[in-house]
Design a binder for this molecule. Sequence first.
Ligand SMILES: [Zn+2]
Length: 348
Amino acid sequence: MSSRSLLIASALVATLVAGGATQQAHPSEFVDENLLRGHLSFIASDALEGRATPSKGLDMAAEYIAAQFRTAGLEEVNESYFQLAPAHRLNREGMPVLKNVVGILRGTDPVLKDTYLLVTAHYDHIGMNPNAPGDDKIFNGANDDGSGTVGVIAIAQAMGRSKVRPKRSVLFMCVFGEERGMQGSTFYGQNPLVPLMKTVGMLNIEMIGRTNKESAKNGQLEDWTGRLGVTGFDYSDMGSRLVASGKKAGIDVVMDPDASGPFFMRSDNRAMAGFGIPAHTVSVGYEDPEYHQANDHWETINYANMAKVVRALMYATLDLANDPVEPKWADIPATQRYREAWAKLHGG
Ligand SMILES: [Zn+2]
């Protein structure tokens, strides 16, 4: 060994030692395309028959998600990963017990660990239609919202494996019944597992697997590779926070002026916003040609882009969960009822 390479080697050792105590793999290093492809190929498989609410396929998806939360080492709530929603509490006669799937990654800060960020997606889809044209009668819902479900799983598993832990706790949840009127998220808001007052925000993940999108303005196809939209972008300061987090993974978090407001009402964030919690849905664009079609298949998802988006959302989760300042509704007319709900929740 020459003295020069010895010098380089000792410099390297010094770097490693200096970084030693804090040098831990960042959770974003535990996300890769094959992980996402593997999870989604099951969630959106024909075996689950399109995960209608209620159905055997939906129950199988719930068990799968719970198994992944177990692998991630998440805490159970009330000794279970399932929040059961009996028919009488849903006011739906004849409906079997439905399940939200919930697990907690406990934060490290002695005070902030009793506050929660929700990271969510809906795991149901629209099931089967025997009258659908063609041979394919199963609406697999790979993008809608298998992709968001897999995003929640991937973030939970990566954060579970990493030693880098957030200050606040993160409550990961996959909900039923979005396609039937946001049933699971509404049920959760009415029967919260952690105090709503201590729930600082909700990051809801919808349709992050496709990049061929129809413009909300004119229906023309747009390429959304590398971009992530936020609904109600300017309704709270979460929009601008997500922009900063997205940059760390090379994703441009944007406001689509034609979709931001209207689509705020079209996913589970709406239910939680109604309870006063700053809540937004992130999506790679809005509707795509496969939206609610039988060919929303896992094979045609853009996994390279999806992996980048999931990394961006992991940074967002960490940044939101580490910031001692809670997300706050913007003081604009569009948020009046959400601000009122927030004030009510906080005793105002
Ligand atoms: Zn959806």
